[in-house]
Write a protein of this length. Structure first.
Length: 355
């Protein structure tokens, strides 16, 4: 099982939580913005770990999660003199966790890496579960592999420097875990606005959310059965996210997943899986915390075309993970394409959703 430590101030104490002496080299992968924001903390970390400062800075943004950036990381590691006994520390959001893990797993057939997610989204999603990937063409996470980091350090203190929109992006994944696994957590999230939770409350929520996800992953690391439930909201969500990135009203990953959960809950109702009352509860929480302003360029036809590249597709069929009730879900559900089209069209025709 993936080793995970969640505690306020854990990054400052990382040298006490992990034995760096076993490694010949150490480098930290991050993006340009975070390198500046956390310059002091990064330098302190290297000093405590006993290594010379070696940082790889990448451009910010999901659009840079590609092979060209991976090649840049490989070139840097070779220039640092890295061998198979070296360690890469991924310090950043989901893009850094995904790309950094992939780069480490493929460098010299694999070196160890640690994830230190700095965004709430990465803390409860991308840094957990051993999924590493880069985008390929139009396909989000089209190339990747499964491999666990040696350790994931979750320090909720990093959330205090995040914009509100980024915090909400992370909460979408927490909400997903609640909908498919834990009614008690769902009720807590429904009790007030996401942004009103204190740091102490948020730490407990993060810890619970990570536990729920890791439990599913422990049972099914390679996503053959139970882990598929974590795809709830992502089939339509990834499609909306990909299309929105080409418009002026781009969605964050969390916003796209929230939208995906809203629509996929409606799909579950349409096929007789979910009660309308539970669907309304899910919609209320989502609409209370998120506003979807989609560009008119996004068309249902384009969305349906993009679904044909979904990784959960087998042959001509897309297999959906959908809620059965709040706190319980099922995977490998078939939904007629006509039903998907009708649900998406209904949403797109609501004036407040498209601008």
């Amino acid at each position: 099982m993936q080793k995970l430590h969640c505690e306020i101030g854990s990054f400052a104490n990382l040298s006490k939580l992990f034995d760096f002496k076993a490694y010949s080299q150490l480098a930290l992968l991050t993006n340009v913005s975070l390198a500046k924001i956390y310059e002091f903390e990064i330098k302190s970390f290297f000093a405590q770990a006993g290594f010379a400062l070696q940082i790889i800075e990448l451009a910010d943004g999901e659009e840079f999660k590609n092979l060209e950036q991976v090649q840049e990381v490989w070139q840097k590691l070779f220039s640092f003199g890295f061998d198979r006994h070296s360690l890469l520390l991924n310090f950043g959001g989901g893009m850094i966790s995904d790309l950094g893990g992939f780069a480490a797993a493929t460098f010299m057939r694999g070196i160890d890496f640690i994830n230190v997610p700095t965004s709430l989204l990465a803390q409860v999603d991308a840094s957990l579960g051993g999924k590493t990937a880069i985008n390929f063409g139009k396909i989000k996470n089209g190339i990747g592999l499964f491999i666990n980091p040696k350790l994931t350090i979750i320090d909720p203190i990093f959330t205090q420097s995040l914009a509100k929109r980024e915090i909400l992006s992370g909460f979408a994944e927490i909400l997903k875990h609640a909908i498919i696994f834990d009614q008690k957590l769902f009720n807590l999230l429904a009790s007030k606005s996401f942004l009103s939770f204190s740091l102490r409350e948020l730490t407990e929520i993060i810890d619970k959310s990570c536990f729920l996800k890791m439990k599913a992953i422990e049972q099914d690391f390679l996503e053959k059965n139970q882990r598929k439930l974590l795809n709830f909201g992502h089939t339509l969500g990834h499609a909306f996210e990909a299309l929105s990135l080409k418009t002026k009203q781009s969605l964050t990953h969390g916003e796209a997943v929230a939208l995906g959960m809203l629509l996929e809950s409606r799909l579950a109702v349409e096929i007789g899986l979910l009660k309308q009352a539970d669907c309304l509860k899910i919609e209320q929480v989502i609409k209370h915390n998120y506003v979807f302003d989609l560009d008119k360029k996004i068309q249902t036809a384009d969305l349906l075309t993009l679904l044909q590249f979904d990784k959960k597709k087998k042959g001509k069929n897309i297999y959906w993970s959908l809620p059965q009730t709040i706190g319980q879900a099922v995977f490998d559900q078939l939904v007629p394409e006509a039903v998907v089209e009708a649900i998406v069209n209904e949403f797109m025709l609501e004036d407040k959703n498209v601008v």
